[in-house]
Design a protein around this ligand. Structure first.
Ligand code: PHE
Ligand code: FE
Length: 285
């Protein structure tokens, strides 16, 4: 899922397919896919980041850190503010260092990738508790808006939540569920659930609606819009409703779904989705 709102970017849409483009860095797909391994991973070379990129990273981090207190959920805030491995104010994070702490916390690992991935590659990583993080940082002219996920979206938005065990377990289950949905022809629907939870999910904590979705948390504009604007709908999270709701990839959302707890996300997605896809198929035929 590409962009949503100013600056936020997400994960590949279910229909994303770069199979014809890999190996050629000049196909219009952003990122260098020439040097990757079979699983689309690359080396993260810290020396490749320029001083200008390091400075830009710090400005992106400071801007977003100033916005998250009172807006991000406890799990996100505790990770970002309380875990030294997630201190992003020292510069672009070295995945190898973060991986030591992440492995201890939830047995997940970050893997460096050139950019968007084919859906089966992406979901196979999730199913194996590997989170793909784009290695490159947006350009200066993209400071407020970027179409593709970059390291700021992927790391700032997604990685902190991976330190919460119930969320980490859910994301692995989602990976398995997505590979299954692909076999069953249900991936377009399950991609919507990802969009409205992992990317743009809201959650009620302490009687207040807060953000846990990466696309919201990494976007200054959408973080405020999603929580404070009178315009969008904020519906109680419901699996089938989320899968019936189309989303926008290039603007703020018109609908957000609000969880009562991360346990609800885990419980509501635990059933076999096969009959859900049958219902949705019948509705759409
Ligand atoms: N339980 C779902 C199925 O059997 C898979 C799933 C897991 C979907 C987690 C979403 C999140 O198809
Ligand atoms: Fe994302």
């Amino acid at each position: 899922m590409q962009n949503s709102g100013m600056d936020s970017a997400a994960t590949p849409p279910a229909t994303f397919d770069i199979s014809g483009k890999t190996g050629d860095p000049n196909t219009g797909l952003r990122g260098n896919y020439a040097a990757m391994a079979a699983d689309f991973t690359v080396q993260q070379l810290m020396s490749d980041y320029t001083d200008a990129e390091q400075a830009r990273w710090l400005r992106l981090v400071e801007r977003q850190l100033a916005l998250i207190p009172g807006r991000a959920c406890d799990e996100f805030l505790n990770a970002v503010l309380g875990n030294p491995a997630l201190d992003m104010r020292h510069g672009i994070p070295n995945f190898a260092d973060v991986n030591v702490a992440l492995k201890a916390a939830t047995n997940w690992q970050l893997v460096a990738v050139p950019g968007l991935l084919p859906d089966d590659v992406f979901f196979t990583h999730l199913a194996n508790r590997r989170f793909p993080v784009t290695v490159w940082l947006r350009e200066e002219r993209e400071f407020d808006y970027i179409v593709e996920p970059d390291i700021f979206h992927d790391f700032f938005g997604h990685v902190p939540m991976l330190f919460t065990p119930i969320y980490a377990d859910h994301l692995e289950a989602y990976g398995h569920g997505a590979l299954k949905a692909k076999r069953l022809g249900g991936l377009d629907w399950l991609a919507r659930l990802y969009w409205y939870t992992i990317e743009f999910g809201l959650i009620r904590e302490h009687g207040k609606i807060l953000a846990y979705g990466a696309g919201v948390l990494s976007s200054p504009k959408e973080l405020i819009y999603a929580l404070e604007s009178d315009i969008p709908a904020r519906l109680p999270f419901d699996v089938m409703t989320s899968m019936r709701t189309a989303f926008l990839i290039d603007d703020v959302q018109t609908t957000y779904f609000v969880l009562d707890s991360l346990q609800q996300l885990r419980d509501d997605t635990a059933p076999d989705f096969t009959p859900y896809y049958e219902i949705l198929r019948a509705e759409n035929s």
